[in-house]
Write a protein that binds this ligand. Structure first.
Ligand code: ZN
Length: 182
């Protein structure tokens, strides 16, 4: 696969901390990579690049697609192995299924990313941010089928509340500190 054809974006992992959001974080601590419907986790950092491997448990053990992304955020290497795709199949345990995320799953991931970002960067309360982004997301969905699917994918606000509140409090403290310095 030509490396230039592949697009990717960084998404915050569950271990993301606010301080990871900085230019100096070349090792991309706290992030995962989303590319072509697959999520990658970092296996190691080199002198000027990071090496990412497909997150699927099977692919973590066996050979699977890997990406090398340099510190200028360019894909400089792709392994010549593909994902060990396993289609949905009732006779195989669900944890072994492996296929790209669909459009709605990606939209949901982006939604969560946006909510987290805004809770870190804005003064608005998490519940409001969540509602606002949820409305925006649903406006992009055209069929009731898509709406049902996304509704089932979005986590309950209650389950995110604590983490989002922590982000917001940290931001709020920073704002207050800045104000006090003036
Ligand atoms: Zn894979």
């Amino acid at each position: 696969m030509a490396t230039s054809m592949l697009k990717f974006e960084y998404i915050q992992s569950n271990h993301f901390k606010q301080e990871d959001e900085c230019e100096e974080n070349k090792q991309k601590k706290g992030f995962e990579v989303l590319s072509d419907g697959f999520i990658y986790v970092k296996k190691k950092s080199n002198k000027d690049s990071n090496y990412w491997k497909c997150k699927h448990p099977k692919c973590l053990i066996y050979k699977c697609l890997t990406l090398t992304i340099n510190f200028n955020n360019e894909i400089v290497g792709v392994s010549n192995v593909s994902h060990s795709i396993v289609e949905k199949n009732e006779s195989i345990p669900e944890k072994d299924w492996h296929f790209p995320l669909n459009e709605n799953q990606i939209k949901t991931l982006r939604f969560l990313k946006k909510v987290k970002e805004r809770c870190s960067n804005e003064e608005m309360g998490p519940a409001k941010v969540f509602e606002d982004e949820q409305n925006k997301l649903f406006r992009t969905l055209l069929t009731s089928c898509d709406k049902d699917e996304v509704a089932s994918l979005i986590p309950q606000f209650q389950s995110l509340k604590h983490g989002l509140q922590k982000r917001r409090n940290r931001t709020h403290e920073q704002y207050c500190r800045k104000c006090n310095l003036k």
